[in-house]
Design a protein around this ligand. Sequence first.
Ligand SMILES: Nc1ncnc2c1ncn2[C@@H]1O[C@H](COP(=O)(O)OP(=O)(O)OP(=O)(O)O)[C@@H](O)[C@H]1O
Ligand SMILES: [Mg+2]
Length: 263
Amino acid sequence: MLGDDEFDEPEDEKLPGNVQAVIKVAKLSSDNDLIGHEAEILRYLYPEGAREEKFYRYLPKLHASTKIRGRAANVLSYAEGFITLADTLKACPDGIDYRDLAWMLKRSLVAIGYAHERGVVHGAVVPTHILVHPTGHGAKLIDWSYAEAGGKNSIKAYVGEYKDYYPPEVFKRQLPGAEVDTYMLAKCCVALLGGDVKTNKLPDTVPEKVRDFFRPLLLESPGARRLRGGAAAWDLHDRFDWILKELVGKPKYRPFRHCPPAR
Ligand SMILES: Nc1ncnc2c1ncn2[C@@H]1O[C@H](COP(=O)(O)OP(=O)(O)OP(=O)(O)O)[C@@H](O)[C@H]1O
Ligand SMILES: [Mg+2]
C-alpha cells in the first residue's frame, strides 16, 4: 500500500470509504501515455459520478489518475471476487462447458457493444482483460490502454503473450472496426471451449450451432466478417440467446464450479 506522501500531486477526488482499489502504475515513464490514455477513455465511457449500474457495471471504475514518482497511475475499483478468463483457462486447460461460457460471452458482448455504440474499439480483448464473477455472473472488460476512439488511428500495440488472438488488420495497422473486438472475443471463447486458437477448431463435443456461431467472427478478412454479421456485438448477443434457447430452453442458473478460487 502506498502512503499519501508518495503521490506527486494531491488527489482532487477522495476515495469513498471502504472501497478497495487497484493502483495501476506505469512500469516505465515511457508508458505514461498508455495509462493516461486509459484514464481518458474510461472518463468518456464511465463518466465521473455515475453509479455502478447499467453498462457501467461492465467497466472498471476510475477513481483517480495521478502520478507516483513520475510514473502515471490509475486508481481503479478492485473487482472483488472476480477472476480473469486467463485464470479460468489455467484451471480448465481442456475447456469449459458452453453453458458456462454463455454468460461470460453475453456479458462481454454487452461491454463491447456499449463501447462500440460510443465509437470506442477496445483493441485488446484477451483473457487477462476479461474479469468474471463465478457465482454472480458479472463481467468486466478491463485495460483500456490500447483502445481507439473515433476511428482515426490504428491499434498501437499488442499484448505479446496473446499474439494469436489478434486479427490480421491490427498488424497491418489498418483502422480498427468493431470486428476487431468481436474477433478477439471469439478467440477467447475458442480457447475457453477447449479449442485450438491457431486453427479455430473447436472440439466435437461443442454443439454445432455454437461452433457455427463463432465461424464468421473469425474470418480473416474484416470486410467478410462485417458482411457475415461478425461485428455488431448487440446482434451477436441476441443471436447467441436464440441459440441457447434452442439448445437448452429456458435459461437456468449454473454457478461456475470448475474455477480457480477468487483472489
Ligand atoms: N479493477 C480490477 N479488479 C481486480 N483485478 C484487476 C483489476 N484491474 C486489473 N486487475 C488484475 O490485474 C491484471 C492486469 O491488469 P491490466 O491488464 O489492466 O494491467 P497491465 O498493465 O496490462 O498489467 P500487465 O502488464 O501485468 O499485463 C488483470 O489481468 C487482473 O488480474
Ligand atoms: Mg493488460
